[in-house]
Structures are given as C-alpha cells and as structure tokens.
Write a protein that binds this ligand. Sequence first.
Ligand SMILES: Nc1ncnc2c1ncn2[C@@H]1O[C@H](COP(=O)(O)OP(=O)(O)OP(=O)(O)O)[C@@H](O)[C@H]1O
Ligand SMILES: [Mg+2]
Length: 237
Amino acid sequence: MITAHAAVDTDLGVLKTGKEADVHLLERGVPDTGEQVLLAARRYRTAEHRMFHRDAGYTEGRRVRHSRETRAMASRTAFGRQLLAGQWARAEFEALGTLWAAGAPVPYPVQLHGTELLLEFVGTPDGAAAPRLAQLRPEPDALRGLWEQLTEALRALARRGWAHGDLSAYNLLVDDGPLVLIDLPQVVDVVGNPQGPEFLGRDVLRITEWFTARGLPGSGSAEALLGDLRQEAGIGP
Ligand SMILES: Nc1ncnc2c1ncn2[C@@H]1O[C@H](COP(=O)(O)OP(=O)(O)OP(=O)(O)O)[C@@H](O)[C@H]1O
Ligand SMILES: [Mg+2]
C-alpha cells in the first residue's frame, strides 16, 4: 500500500453506481517513481431521494451524543444527511478493519475521509473489477468450492458476533477463484441487536437459496449452516 505524502490519486471513472453509494476506480501513484496501486473509492450519497433504506432496524442501539445532530438526522436536513452518510462510511470502515484483522476475506480498508471510503480494489491489474457471484454460473466443483469459502467467511463473522446483514450474490465478488465479501456498512451485532438473529437467518436463507438453485447438492444446508453460525456467535443451536 502506498502511503507516501507525495502520492497522487487519479479518478479513473465510475465502476458502479449503487443505491447508496457510487464506487469509483482510483489510481494512487507516486510521481516519478512508477509506483502505483488501484483503489476502489466508495462514496456514500447524501441526496434525499437516495436516503438509506437501512437506517431503521440496523442502527438500533447506535448511540449519538449530540442532540442537535440527532435532530438533524431525524429531520433529514442536508446537515443530517451528511452525518448519516458519514456514520455509514465509518461503520463500514471499522467493520472492514476488524474483519480484515480477523482474516476474513474482505477488501482492505485503506482510508476514511468523511463520506468517502477507500478500499483495496478487487479485480485485475488493468482495472477490470471482479465479477459479482450473481453474474456467474459456476460448474459443480467451483460451486462447491465457493460454498466452502462462503461458509468459512460467515463463520469468521459469526465468531466476531456479526452477521453481514445484506448478504446476497450481489455482495460477493469472485476474484478469479477467491470469494470476497463486500458492502458491509450494516454489519449486524447478532447478540446485541434484538433483530440480530433474524438478520442472520435471512442472510443464510437468501444465499443458500442461490447456491441451491445453481445445483449445490444437499438440501437442509441452510439449517445446518445457520445452526453452525448461531453456535459460533454464542446464541445456541
Ligand atoms: N473493493 C472493490 N473492488 C472492486 N469492485 C468493487 C469494490 N467494492 C465495490 N465494488 C463494485 O461496486 C459495486 C457496488 O458496491 P457495493 O455493493 O458495496 O455498493 P452498493 O451501494 O450496495 O451497490 P448496489 O446497490 O449495486 O449493491 C459492487 O457490486 C462491485 O461491482
Ligand atoms: Mg451492494
């Protein structure tokens, strides 16, 4: 990772516009050295009509100290929306840092600046982003391998007491073999959030359905996986 003060970032364009954030491809280089690295810049939106659908439920128990800020967020003033977007960016930055350190397959979180999050770019050196799992039709062996990687990754989250909270084949990238979990601002505390077990169950059901529909053998996978994850998270079978 390039941390030199002389580093210059160049925006190479939009990778993907999403509901809540735009992801840009960025090149960070040190002039006259030839050193360069690609980054993904996830810029959270603050516009009214793109307000986060995830604000309810996920954020239960998230504390905000200043009442002026609480009021601004509740009434969705421009200032309040800026604060909310910043909260989501920070939540994702922190979750990625924790998971990266725990060895979970997530993009390395490089830097946080307000509502912009800089991440390790998952893709080829020439700037082609890794496909989402949803775009792929893996052969049986590859499918089995991806399932094993997925369950391992979910175990790592559960061990930390977390569920992804918005898990689907759209939030998994396949980097020419390795599976990478993305889109984690809403990571859910399975124990501390009263709706935690529900989010965990929904994640497991949705992603197991995808694998089952693509031919993953073994019905009952969802129940078995959910039992494992509940145990890892310490909320029983
Ligand atoms: N670190 C990354 N490296 C490469 N591509 C990425 C990275 N992060 C995100 N992307 C691309 O940007 C897309 C959107 O990212 P993400 O899912 O985090 O945002 P989103 O706002 O939820 O978008 P969507 O509504 O499309 O799910 C991803 O599906 C992926 O194609
Ligand atoms: Mg997404």
